[in-house]
Design a protein around this ligand. Structure first.
Ligand SMILES: NCc1[nH]cc(CCC(=O)O)c1CC(=O)O
Length: 305
C-alpha cells in the first residue's frame, strides 16, 4: 500500500471543505488516497485586527507553506486569493482549479433595507475589513458606515445576526460552499459592475514542492489551464501594483472566444478609510499578460496623475 497523500489545510470550515474537495478529485481522477493535516495559521490566531493592519502578506498561508517545505505534508490547498503572488523558493503552484462564482454577497438584516444604491437605508452600517470592499462600497454609497469585521465565514454571519451591523459583504463562494442557512437574512449577489472580487477569488490553489515530481504529476489532473490564465491576469495586476491584500484592488478576468476580458477597480483611501478615489479600467487582449499590462497602464497613470 502506498502511503496516503498528506494534504495540509487550515482548520476553518471553509478550508476543510476546500481540502476535502481536492481530496475527492484526486481520488476520482488519480485513485489517490488522501489524508488531511490541519495546520494553524497566524490568520486563525489573530482574529481581531484587520488584515491590512497586521501587515505582511501570507497571513493565512505562511504556516502551510512552512509545513510543506519541512515535508510535514505533500501538498497544501489555499483559497488562491489569500496566497501571495510571490512563491517562496522551493514551492510551486501545482494546480489552479475549482472556481466558484467569484461574486460578492451582500447579506443584510431585513430592517436595514432601503432605497440606496445597494438596496440599503442611508447611513447603513456595513461590516467588512477589506479595503477593496470598502473603497468600492463607498464609491457607490458615500454615506455608508464601514465597520471592521473579521473572523471565519460563520462567525461573520453570526455577528450580523447579533445586530452589530446592518449588512455585511463576503465572498459568495465561501457562503455557498458551507451551505449556510440564511433564510432570516436578505442575501443579494452583487453584480460585477458594483463590486469586483479580489484577484483569484473563488478559485483554489494547490501548492507543492518544486522538487517533488511525483506529487506535481499527480496534482496536474486538477489543473484547469484556462482558469489559470484568467487568474494569472488578475494576479498580474496585483503584482504590477506591488502586491498584497492591503491594496484596495478588485480584478476579474474572463476568457471569451480566445481573448481575455479583464476588469479592475483600484481605490485610494485615507487613513480614516474615507474614499479619495476609485479608478476603473478594463481591457480585452490576446493574452493574460497583455490584458494585465493594459489595465495597469490606466490604473497607474490615473493614480500617479
Ligand atoms: N479573506 C478570507 C477568505 N478567503 C477566501 C474566502 C472565501 C473563498 C474565496 O473567495 O475564494 C474568504 C472569505 C471572504 O472573503 O468572504
Amino acid at each position: 500500500m502506498p502511503k496516503p497523500l498528506r494534504i495540509g489545510t487550515r482548520g476553518s470550515d471553509l478550508a476543510l471543505w476546500q481540502a476535502r474537495k481536492v481530496a475527492e478529485l484526486l481520488s476520482q481522477r488519480a485513485g489517490a488516497d488522501c489524508q488531511l493535516v490541519i495546520i494553524h495559521t497566524s490568520g486563525d490566531r489573530d482574529r481581531s485586527r484587520a488584515l491590512h493592519e497586521v501587515g505582511g502578506s501570507g497571513f493565512f498561508t505562511k504556516e502551510l507553506q512552512q509545513a510543506l517545505l519541512q515535508r510535514e505534508v505533500d501538498l497544501v490547498v489555499h483559497s488562491l486569493k489569500d496566497l501571495p503572488t510571490q512563491e517562496p523558493e522551493g514551492l510551486t503552484l501545482g494546480a489552479v482549479c475549482v472556481r466558484e462564482d467569484p461574486a460578492e454577497l451582500l447579506l443584510a438584516r431585513p430592517a436595514a433595507l432601503g432605497d440606496g444604491p445597494l438596496g440599503l437605508k442611508p447611513n447603513a452600517v456595513v461590516g467588512t475589513s477589506s479595503l477593496r470592499r470598502t473603497a468600492q462600497l463607498l464609491a457607490l454609497q458615500a454615506d455608508l458606515q464601514v465597520k471592521a469585521l473579521r473572523g471565519n465565514v460563520p462567525t461573520r454571519v453570526r455577528k450580523l445576526r447579533e445586530g452589530e451591523y446592518d449588512a455585511i459583504v463576503l465572498a459568495y463562494a465561501g457562503v455557498h460552499r458551507l451551505g449556510l442557512d440564511l433564510s432570516d437574512l436578505v442575501a443579494r449577489k452583487l453584480p460585477l459592475e458594483v463590486l469586483l472580487p479580489a484577484p483569484a477569488q473563488g478559485a483554489l490553489g494547490v501548492e507543492v514542492r518544486a522538487d517533488d515530481t511525483a506529487t506535481r504529476n499527480l496534482v496536474a489532473c486538477l489543473h484547469e489551464p484556462l482558469l489559470a490564465q484568467e487568474v494569472e491576469a488578475e494576479r498580474q495586476v496585483l503584482v504590477g501594483l506591488g502586491g498584497g491584500c492591503h491594496i484596495p484592488l478588485g480584478a476579474y478576468c474572463q476568457a471569451q472566444n480566445g481573448s481575455f476580458f479583464l476588469r479592475a477597480a483600484l481605490g485610494t483611501l485615507r487613513p480614516d478609510l474615507s474614499l479619495v478615489s476609485l479608478v476603473r479600467s478594463e481591457a480585452r487582449a490576446a493574452t493574460p499578460q497583455e490584458a494585465a499590462a493594459q489595465v495597469l497602464q490606466v490604473l497607474l497613470g490615473k493614480a500617479l496623475s
